[in-house]
Design a protein around this ligand. Structure first.
Ligand code: ATP
Ligand code: MG
Length: 252
């Protein structure tokens, strides 16, 4: 196994517990992992095992109940909410499981938004938003609102939006989950391009064609990362997601 470059993001003993009236829900238990600069990692596992929760915690969308999350070596748990938002805006592009495009904004306005929040002047961000929509093959749909786009098109707008502030890390939650095979392939091709450009990419996916492209597949169950498959042959039953044989997930 090749050790990646210095980690862009790392989790050390991370747990996330949601207090609920019926009792606490432990969504993550003692998760330790890291993603190197420019690395392409897939996360797989059955529904409810904590994949989205892990991605949210890594992406500063949510905070860990215990343990440490470091972004470029910096402990994000010790930051204030506004510092954390600023860092997220500058360093991370997040593609949510259900897109979260703003329905009243056109495609291009959705892509402009993170740049506006980061204080980029209008002319500059408009140019970049156009360029990004072209990049994802949607230049001709710039003025469409989300309700006037297909599912695959919405997903591509969400990816363009995630790239808006040139993040070093893209986190995508089941980006091809609801797409047909050909559209899924096109989305997977976008992640390939990002990875080639040196962006670290972490994708939660059930899609074997995405997992096969990733350099590593981390497998989860019941809020935990499973050990590497060579140490746990029973893991093959957990998911049929394929990979290139570098499934050295859980490396600590
Ligand atoms: N905000 C929340 N409040 C309470 N429980 C939550 C919350 N978010 C997630 N959970 C619970 O935590 C567990 C992990 O959820 P999570 O969304 O991370 O799963 P997942 O692996 O992404 O599943 P899927 O493949 O269905 O998207 C689930 O049991 C879920 O019910
Ligand atoms: Mg999920």
């Amino acid at each position: 196994m090749t050790a990646p470059a210095r980690p862009i993001v790392e989790a050390r003993g991370v747990s996330r517990v949601f207090p609920m009236p019926a009792g606490p829900v432990v969504a993550l238990r003692d998760v330790t992992m890291e993603v190197g600069e420019g690395e392409y990692v897939a996360i797989a596992g059955p529904s409810g095992c904590g994949k989205s929760t892990l991605l949210h915690v890594l992406g500063c969308v949510d905070t860990a109940t215990s343990g440490e999350v470091r972004l470029e070596g910096r402990d994000v748990g010790s930051l204030s909410d506004s510092e954390r938002s600023r860092i997220r805006l500058a360093k991370i592009g997040f593609v949510f499981q259900r897109f979260f495009l703003l329905p009243m904004l056109s495609a291009i306005e959705n892509v402009e938004l993170p740049q506006a929040e980061a204080g980029v002047p209008r002319a500059v961000r408009l140019n970049r938003a156009r360029m990004l929509l072209d990049y994802v093959g949607l230049g001709h749909r710039a003025d469409h609102r989300p309700s006037q786009l297909s599912g695959g098109e919405m997903q591509r707008v969400a990816i363009a939006r995630a790239m808006a502030n040139r993040p070093r890390l893209i986190l995508a939650d089941e980006p091809t989950g609801e797409l047909d095979e050909a559209t899924g392939e096109a989305i997977a091709g976008l992640f390939d391009l990002l990875h080639k450009d040196g962006t670290a990419v972490v994708v939660v996916t059930h899609d074997p064609s995405i997992a096969a492209r990733a350099q590593r597949v981390l497998r989860m169950r019941d809020g935990m990362l499973l050990p590497p498959p060579q140490n746990a042959p029973q893991m093959a039953q957990v998911t049929q997601t394929g990979n290139k044989g570098r499934a050295d997930g859980g490396r600590t």
